[in-house]
Design a protein around this ligand. Structure first.
Ligand code: ADP
Length: 244
């Protein structure tokens, strides 16, 4: 029997299956911070602010071998059409933790024992894919802060809708009404040089061959995202160099 072909040939906004929404990245959006950046894909906007390294308090939490990375993710109350209650919840705590794991795989704080580097990720506007946008913004902000990093990370969500793999789902595509199984969302974080997976989450159902294909699609798309991140950092270096 012929392999079942995609049923989802046309995306809601006319994008190709491997096409991301328009991406922009900006560095230095919070001048008082040690590092800061914004990252946008379509209607999803993320802001990341870095403070540190500074001495970690209370003292018993300090590690004399290395500094500690601490990530906090939050959606702003009016980032979606329904108002979100401000403050931490289970979802924001999970996303803070997984973002921390992904960034920790490239950040090297061994030069800064007993310190903490705080990364605050905020989402002023959400149209799906906020954790990957937040990680992209945070990686740029950490580099901007001059935090030693073995390499960069770039992140993208790959999804499966009606048996078709697509990148960068928006909220419409991320919703459950497309087929009997619901949509599948796979946020993936890829390291820039060694091309390792720094994070992979899976919400939904997918076969092993499809998952492999999704990872390849994520790797290819992360190349594109990396270029945008590096361009933003270079532009900031140039304009900050001019001010000196
Ligand atoms: P991600 O934003 O990383 O894709 P989720 O899959 O948890 O994470 O969320 C998907 C999208 O659902 C969000 O980007 C946002 O657009 C929307 N969303 C998340 N939480 C809420 C909420 N409490 N109220 C309304 N919409 C929400």
């Amino acid at each position: 029997m012929a392999k079942e072909k995609s049923l989802y040939l046309k995306r809601n906004d006319g994008r190709k299956f491997d096409e991301v929404r328009p991406i922009t990245a900006k560095v230095g959006i919070v001048p008082s911070a040690d590092g800061s950046a914004s990252f946008e894909t379509g209607g999803t906007k993320a802001i990341a602010v870095v403070r540190g390294p500074r001495t970690l308090h209370p003292q018993h939490k300090q590690d004399p071998r290395t500094g500690i990375l601490r990530v906090s993710y939050g959606m702003m109350p009016f980032s979606v059409t329904d108002r979100i209650r401000p403050g931490p919840n289970r979802r924001s705590e999970e996303i803070s933790k997984v973002s921390e794991w992904a960034l920790n795989s490239v950040v090297d704080l061994s030069e800064f024992p007993n310190t903490v580097v705080d990364v605050f990720i905020q989402i002023p506007q959400a149209d799906a894919g906020t954790r990957v946008a937040g990680i992209n913004a945070a990686a740029i902000a950490l580099a901007h802060a001059g935090i030693p990093m073995k390499e960069m990370v770039s992140a993208i969500g790959v999804g499966k809708i009606d048996k078709t793999l697509v990148v960068d789902l928006d909220k419409y595509e991320d919703s459950d009404f497309h087929d009997g199984e619901g949509s599948t969302d796979i946020p993936v974080v890829i390291t820039s040089r060694t091309k390792k997976i720094a994070l992979l989450q899976l919400d939904g159902k997918i076969s092993v061959p499809e998952l492999k294909e999704a990872i390849e699609l994520a790797k290819k798309t992360c190349e594109e995202i990396l270029k945008v991140q590096m361009k933003a950092l270079k532009e900031a270096n140039r304009s900050e160099g001019k001010k000196k």
